[in-house]
Design a protein. Sequence first.
Length: 493
Amino acid sequence: MSQVAIKERSPHSPSYQRHRPERTLLYQIIERHYPEFRDVMATQGKPLPLHVQQEFADYLKCGRLEHGFLRVQCSECHHEHLVAFSCKRRGFCPSCGARRMAESAALLVDEVIPEQPIRQWVLSFPFQLRFLFASRPQLMGRVLGIVYRAISSHLIQKAGFTRKTAQTGAVTLIQRFGSALNLNVHFHMLFLDGVYTETKHGRTRFQRTNGPEQQELIELVHTISYRVAGFLEREGILERDVENSYLNLEDQDEDPMQQVLGCSVSYRIAVGPQQGRKVFTLQTIPSWEDDDRFAQVAKVSGFSLHAGVAAQAWERQKLERLCRYISRPAVSEKRLSLTPSGNIRYELKTPYSDGTTHVIFEPLDFIAKLAALVPKPRVNLTRFHGVFAPNSKYRVDVTPAKRGKGNPTQSRDDKTPEQRRQAMTWAQRLKRVFNIDVSICPQCGGEAKVIACIEEQAVIDTILAHLMKKGALPPPPELLPATRASPDTGWFT
């Protein structure tokens, strides 16, 4: 279902209010400028791939009652409200992204990650590899295996064991975007801060390791960069000569998204008369204060490895916040606004080291940036490794859900109250994360249930026309004006 917002009736009883995407600036920008962008690409002989076109088409239907809805009725006062269908896409839809964020975080904390210390390892890549992984996700998966083996071997050796006598585990969430809506494929890996060993009685025992020191990070990022370069060279992707090395991407010339992806990776304008130039930015005086976020980071040849964020075994709420952060949507509507000239201004989550606080996009280039964020079909952006992998014999022992080899699926009657609590519906998870309960009547607070699923267009039109005649539905809004002023001090670059 579509994203919802809180409409407070009392401090203890949040009720449901329908999300209206057509009122948001992001929706209005896409509705107005996407058709032109699509036509421009087709005119250049580079028609958008079907999965990109479908992403935009479904987003424009997401949360709109005109394309179908559920009828939800209170069992006590019989008040009805409508819940529109969602697009369930993975690219840039903030509503579906927020729902997926809540579901992913609840799943990881409740069913996958045990009550052991967890550390986040973040690996970023050079620009050329970001483009390569976006265009060839199968290579990205194999590189992820190289990265996992390097870090897990380091942890096992640090604990004093070998790969035959100890195992660790990780969950990787592959993020495709940067703070400036640029295409930035990088790995967020939630690693156990230790290893599991097997006792003489066949039970698993956890042994913690200390966090990495700076020299260890430097050695690790050297190892990772060396192994990744060797793999790409063996695959014929990386070519080396005496002075330089470069990627061999000759077969990518037929990809209509190549220019869009490349410009998004390199912070350049993809379409229009300014094509190829750097994206416009707003800057202020850079801060000279030390940033603790980069206290544990190592950089080598464009690779960057950061391991400064950790959650202790008892910090489950902190872990869930971390899971929500790394699975968050690509676009934040709160940071989006219009300039007086009609361009799109997007505020960075955190200013860059050079003082950059905002990026400025022309409308068509903004649509191009969104198109670059759409993943290819059937690319899994969440991966499980080691003891968390589906085929691991340790999974049934170490994960809270106790699912894995040697443990057949339990019936509901056999489940404990704790296991039944974990089997939450989407509505329950939404309530857990956002304190919103769509199953509560907004009028009397009674229990609300779905009574019909309306998908036939004739029936949809009849119901909406009746509601609009009664004044229960507002008319379509006009394009939102610029609602956020530019900084008092700043300049374009």
